[in-house]
Design a protein around this ligand. Structure first.
Ligand code: CA
Length: 431
């Protein structure tokens, strides 16, 4: 019960005055900025203005979870500007005390008991059900109530200086016109992963939280954010049922009919599945939607999905991909059902064991436009190399993705973008 109380005192404490000059790492107040004209798909039609029209009563500076929750107002569509100051941890109670996984565990849930109950060596592919699975769900619901934060229409969220939001999943659900900028979103850690015995042949652990999740969201501009697993890499988690006990889902997933999204100058790091655009081959309602522009972003130590696309027309230009020595890597561009990825002037830095043919993977994809790609400093043709080396069950890809981007900022050469992104992408780096 204590978790559900709203303590007025704590809520008020969460709204403090912070001098405007603390904004962004520069002296400029970015909180009423709007997406520049033509800057990617989010500029389409009415453009993206977020909460820039907020009246003074709806401009909040928040310093803790309670203040942030109060400012978000349950995901209301009232124009609002929310400035995040300092570090906010979503895994806290209404008085600001930290909560850990044991605080959420309820109804007798215990990992050892869960593992004993659903071991595939004895249960095969039977889905978890019964006492421990019910206890897991009840425990997960307690964590979700803390860490999932709804972002409504006409909202701008900006970090002040080097603001950090830990453990949270910002969810833009069936909302329109949202801006999120200059925020370091870390470690959307799931205390209660579920075992899915029928995933991927061997079964797998499924986690719940994306650092940012756009679902049914339109006109969204995400700029100069950093999203990572910082503090809790999945690689350090144990192996149960012969699978890595994953704690994180996506860094930024864009699904369920979301549309008109621009993601710019952001840094996606230290993570497995970074960005999923379209979550199901059978979600034919996504046809004609999922239009996304990704430009001047850095994908660093990302294993896969940078992005993986279904259905959407997705413009991927001037991005920088970095695979450090020794890092796990599967692919960067995932070409899936009816996707139209238009990739221009992206640069890849990889260690010796990663080859050009590894950068693109297709599941039921048909086309990929690519031009101006640099691989460790050398020009390469991703499409020709994909088709030359694709010896699996997938068909060759053609270059005709059926559209040509018209909404975009200046497109730099991959070499120029590479330098600028290395210097300028991520939170705390708005010029
Ligand atoms: Ca997800």
């Amino acid at each position: 019960m204590r978790l559900r109380q709203v303590t007025l005192g704590a809520a008020l404490l969460g709204v403090l005055c912070v001098p405007a000059h603390a904004d962004s790492g520069s002296d400029r107040d970015i909180s009423r900025d709007t997406l520049p004209a033509d800057d990617g798909w989010a500029a389409y039609g009415t453009g993206t203005t977020g909460g820039s029209a907020a009246d003074d009563a709806h401009v909040f500076t928040v310093t803790d979870r309670a203040g942030l929750v109060r400012a978000l107002d349950g995901g209301s569509d009232t124009p609002k500007i929310i400035k995040v100051a300092g570090t906010i941890d979503a895994n806290t109670d209404d008085d600001g005390h930290p909560l850990d996984c044991a605080d959420y565990a309820t109804d007798g849930y215990g990992l050892k008991k869960y593992l004993a109950a659903y071991d595939p060596r004895t249960r095969g592919s039977a889905k978890p059900s019964g006492e421990q699975e019910e206890a897991r769900q009840a425990s997960a619901a307690k964590q979700a109530e803390r860490v999932t934060l709804p972002v409504g229409s006409n909202t701008t969220i900006v970090g002040l200086g080097n603001a950090v939001l830990k453990g949270a999943s910002l969810q833009v659900k069936n909302a329109n016109n949202v801006i999120i900028r200059n925020l370091d979103l870390r470690d959307a850690y799931d205390c209660f992963p579920v075992w899915q015995p029928n995933t991927g042949g061997l079964g797998d652990w499924k986690t719940s939280y994306d650092n940012i999740w756009l679902t049914g969201a339109t006109h969204v501009w995400i700029d100069h954010v950093t999203a990572s697993d910082k503090g809790h890499p999945d690689a350090r988690e144990p192996v149960y049922f012969a699978r890595n006990y994953l704690r994180h889902d996506g860094l930024l997933d864009i699904t369920n009919g979301s549309d008109l999204v621009t993601v710019s100058w952001s840094r996606f790091a230290d993570h497995d599945k970074a960005m999923l655009i379209g979550n199901s081959d059978s979600a034919t309602g996504d046809r004609g939607r999922l239009r996304v522009t990704l430009h001047h972003n850095q994908f660093e130590s990302v294993v896969q999905r940078a992005p993986r696309v279904r259905f959407g027309q997705v413009h991927v230009y001037d991005n920088r991909y970095v695979v450090p020595q020794g890092a796990e890597y599967r692919y960067s561009l995932g070409v899936s059902t009816e996707s139209g990825i238009y990739a221009e002037n992206n640069s890849f830095h990889t260690p010796g064991h990663v080859e050009v043919a590894d950068l693109v993977k297709s599941w039921n994809g048909t086309a990929l436009h690519q031009s101006g790609t640099l691989f460790n400093g050398y020009p390469v043709d991703l499409l020709a190399i994909y088709d030359a080396y694709n010896s699996g069950s997938e068909r060759d890809l053609t270059a005709d993705v059926g559209w040509t981007p018209t909404l975009h900022a200046q497109i730099d050469s991959a070499a120029v973008a590479d330098r600028e992104v290395a210097r300028g992408a991520g939170a705390g780096r708005i010029p």
